[in-house]
Write a protein that binds this ligand. Structure first.
Ligand code: PXG
Length: 443
């Protein structure tokens, strides 16, 4: 048992119903491997890898030791005009992991900063090539690209935008790919929906003119808005259209990176090489905030070589770009992924996970189950007049019963650490099934 703080009032919690939470708080105080410990001493199976970030499981010794050692050796190193060796090492490792010629790495501290960074690099790239008029950015409905102004502008979540009117203009959105009528209970990538990419060529490009468009940004698999699995051929088609018209294609791999849905990145899972990739979360196994944009060589060359010698080529960066604790954590995380073969393990486990989660279609109110790699979305029929209530009640029941799930709207998202065992998959699905049955008894 750990004592509760004297007051919960001052902390303004992010993306949380503050008043409800503070009336009945849920506090975590420790974590190890697949479990959290609550402040009343209960073990909770982590069905979500924290917030999609703890891919190797919690408090892994190699990562803990690396961060401890680094903080005692060099706590901070200025990010501008000075370097430290690990920042270069991590960049080389990421360049080697990333597909194609994605081999230049710009650091930031979160997915949101990564999105801003990638969008700014896209604009700077076109400008460096003498096409500075290319400044329209194309996102997608139901896309989540973090909480910065750039991210909410290209993102497609109405609630994340409506209170903040003053967003980026010169933005347009593709339609999302979610369609229950065509694709309910699909396993892996659904067969229907590749044609939805054609909207880029048939509506958006004619409307804005390709010569004005800088980039298209999508998540290979949309996580936050309810696990929207890319239809077969869809991302390939986006790539072809972007190539045809000179648009940069940016994959936001903040959730899909590091073994979640493919050999390493979502790009690998679908065999599409984007022009930039944004990573964060799993990069440090969730331990130290860090994000990065991995750009193709041609983008780096255009921006860097078009600036006069001796001048700063890109006026962008953060105090904590490549922070020594983050790079130590990233190196140790990449080592852990590699030494334990975790990406391969995830691929091998995926069929078992699929069978287990698909069995939930028998549960009350379930209108879809979808999955790819070690991610699943379970969509519930909303309770009439009370959308989101069913899923949130299920979350609370699971939590009481020792299981952490995530919900968005009436969709449950599962994304366990890649170290999960088959027995733990059974436990996860068993507990979630119990909760769905119990919640199903309410009208
Ligand atoms: N892009 C994507 C695709 C994300 O999923 C971000 C950018 C922003 O990352 P930062 O590090 O700035 O939060 C995200 C973040 C959820 C959930 O439960 C998802 C995210 C964050 C918090 C909760 O779906 N994704």
């Amino acid at each position: 048992m750990t004592a509760r703080p004297a007051s919960l009032q001052s902390f303004w919690m992010p993306f949380t119903a503050n008043r409800a939470f503070k009336q009945s708080p849920r506090m975590l105080v420790a974590a190890k491997d697949m479990h959290y410990t609550t402040d009343d001493g209960r073990q909770v199976l982590d069905g979500t890898a924290g917030l999609w970030c703890v891919n190797a499981g919690h408090c892994r010794p190699k990562i803990v030791e690396a961060v401890q050692k680094q903080v005692a050796t060099m706590d901070y190193s200025p990010a501008f005009q000075l370097g430290h060796p690990d920042a270069f090492r991590v960049a080389e490792r990421l360049a080697a992991l990333a597909p194609g010629d994605l081999d230049h790495v710009f650091y930031c501290n979160s997915g949101s900063e990564g999105v801003d960074t990638a969008l700014k690099i896209a604009l700077a790239y076109h400008r460096a090539r003498g096409e500075g008029q290319r400044n329209v950015l194309i996102g997608r409905e139901r896309g989540y690209h973090g909480a910065g102004f750039g991210g909410i502008s290209v993102g497609g979540i109405p609630a994340n935008r409506k209170a903040f009117g003053n967003m980026l203009f010169r933005v347009d959105h593709l339609a999302h790919t979610h369609n229950l009528k065509e694709n309910a209970f699909s396993r892996g990538q659904p067969a229907w929906g590749a044609h939805l990419a054609d909207e880029l060529e048939q509506r958006i490009i004619p409307l804005h003119d390709a010569s004005n468009i800088a980039a298209v940004i999508v998540e290979p698999l949309a996580g936050s808005t309810g696990v929207l699995v890319p239809p077969k051929g869809y991302l390939e088609r986006l790539r072809q259209i972007c190539d045809k018209y000179g648009l940069l294609l940016i994959f936001d791999e903040v959730i899909t990176g590091f073994g979640r849905i493919g050999p390493c990145f979502g790009a690998d899972a679908v065999g599409v090489v984007p022009d930039m990739m944004i990573v964060a979360k799993g990069l440090t196994n969730g331990t130290v905030p860090m994000g990065a944009v991995i750009a193709r060589r041609g983008i780096y060359d255009a921006v860097v070589n078009n600036a006069p010698q001796g001048t700063i080529e890109l006026f962008h960066g953060y105090t904590y770009s490549g922070h020594p604790l983050a790079t130590a954590a990233a190196l140790a995380s990449l080592d852990t992924f590699e030494e334990e073969g975790l990406f391969q393990r995830a691929e091998e486990l995926a069929p078992y996970f699929e069978e287990a989660v698909q069995s939930l279609r028998e549960m009350p109110n379930v209108i879809d189950v979808r999955n790819m790699g070690l991610v699943a979305g379970i969509e519930l029929e909303p309770r009439p007049g009370a959308p989101t209530a069913r899923a949130f009640e299920t979350f609370l029941k699971c939590y009481e019963n020792g299981l952490l799930i995530r919900t968005t709207g009436d969709i449950i998202a599962l994304s366990p650490p890649l170290i999960i065992s088959k027995a733990q998959i059974d436990e996860l699905v068993g507990k979630l099934g119990d909760a769905l049955r119990e919640v199903g008894r309410n009208p």
